[in-house]
Design a protein around this ligand. Structure first.
Ligand code: FES
Length: 381
């Protein structure tokens, strides 16, 4: 390539060059030397795109794949992705590279890296869903497991930012397998340290021998009812739960048995999508029935396959919720009008969407996760 560039047969601006920051170089002071070494190796004086290879920092050093005596990767808990990102932004500010990013193995990120180019235009939508932090002075309990920490970490950022003017009590409860799989440790600790009325409880289900009880984690094992009860969490708090389906189910049950009112709990699934076909492929089949404890007198919703007609009750946020309360088999995933997993046939009737789906369903179909008001309807379920 250098020969081609030197010959003038290709122009530097005509090619797009990417390299990656390896996992042992996430510490800010290592980012620039690693970047310059890369550039030197390929004989260029600037880069088009510099990527974080994976979002996990390994122990810094010359050993490319640091392992402990048991063969396990040694991670670096002293740096956050944000620290690394800021150091990479400096490279852009100084003109050493034109763009930065994070390599990802998911199909969407892979597509962006592999199939798009600088200057391409994207059609995007604003964030949606109702898993958002409510304002007010009530205590806030952020309960997460694994990667479910991601949205509640944003809430923690918001609470830390507003806490200077508000004495809101904040509980941070997180479950992970051990310290190696416990993400955003530094970032969450730093944010909690700025909130005077905050408490942190970390549960490790399988702590490593090097994980220190009382320092790295507080509870050994899974979070359970007795564990939650012992914490003395205020039941009048706003609860936000995020994690895999099983975790959400358990936490909901525990909190309700502790006396937390259902409308004080908000939740979002982050994890394997075991929820996609509840009731459709599961062996256990429940007979559809009228919803329990419902006194709806709104328009009648008919689930024709299930031979069920139910008056609409405003306590449900969507027709999907109503179907679930009736044990009518339904599919879903995003619950916010994006994935079309809940799309089903509308035999007759009219409906309103709130929020509007990103893309309209096919003619004669409907997305039942975002339909909250309806007239007389007949569903093919
Ligand atoms: S569940 Fe995704 S669009 Fe309805």
């Amino acid at each position: 390539m250098q020969a081609e560039l030197a010959s003038g047969r290709i122009a530097r601006e005509g090619i797009f060059i990417t390299t990656k920051l390896w996992n042992t170089n996430h510490r800010p002071e290592r980012v620039e030397p690693a970047f310059e070494a890369s550039l030197k190796r390929i004989g260029l004086d600037y880069l088009d795109l510099y990527l974080i290879h994976t979002p996990f920092a390994f122990q810094p050093g010359d050993e490319q794949d640091p392992r402990d005596q048991d063969g396990r990767v040694v991670y670096d808990k002293g740096v956050t992705l944000l620290d690394t990102w800021k150091a990479m932004e400096n490279l852009v500010d100084r003109g050493r590279c034109r763009a930065i990013g994070k390599r990802e193995t998911g199909p969407s990120s892979r597509y962006i890296v592999d199939a798009t180019q600088a200057g391409d235009m994207f059609e995007t939508s604003a964030p949606r869903g109702d898993f958002v932090l409510r304002s007010g002075l009530r205590p806030v309990v952020l309960l997460s497991a694994g990667i479910g920490v991601t949205p509640v970490l944003c809430m923690l950022h918001a609470l830390a930012a507003e806490n200077a003017g508000s004495p809101r009590e904040v509980w941070w409860i997180h479950a992970a397998r051990n310290a190696k799989e416990h993400v955003f440790i530094q970032e969450s600790r730093q944010l909690l340290s700025t909130i005077p009325e905050s408490r942190s409880i970390i549960a490790y289900s399988k702590p490593d021998p090097t994980d220190r009880h009382g320092k790295d984690f507080d509870i050994q094992g899974h979070l359970d009812l007795a564990g939650l009860q012992g914490l003395g969490i205020p039941v009048e708090a706003d609860f936000y739960i995020c994690g895999p389906t099983g975790f959400l189910g358990d936490m909901n049950r525990f909190l309700i048995s502790l006396g937390v009112p259902p409308d004080g709990i908000r939740q979002e699934i982050f994890g394997p999508a075991s929820s996609v076909e509840p009731g459709v492929v599961k062996a256990e089949v429940r007979i559809p029935h009228l919803p329990l404890r419902s006194s709806g007198n709104g328009p009648v919703i008919s689930f024709t396959r299930s031979v069920l007609a139910v008056p609409w009750d405003n306590k449900f946020k969507s027709l999907l919720e109503l179907a679930e309360a009736c044990d009518v088999p339904v599919r879903w995933s995003c619950r916010s009008g994006v994935c079309h997993m809940c799309e089903c046939g509308l035999l007759s009737g009219k409906l309103h969407y709130s929020p509007e789906p990103l893309d309209e369903p096919a003619t004669g179909n409907a997305l039942i996760c975002v339909t909250s008001e309806s007239l007389k309807l007949l569903w093919r379920y």
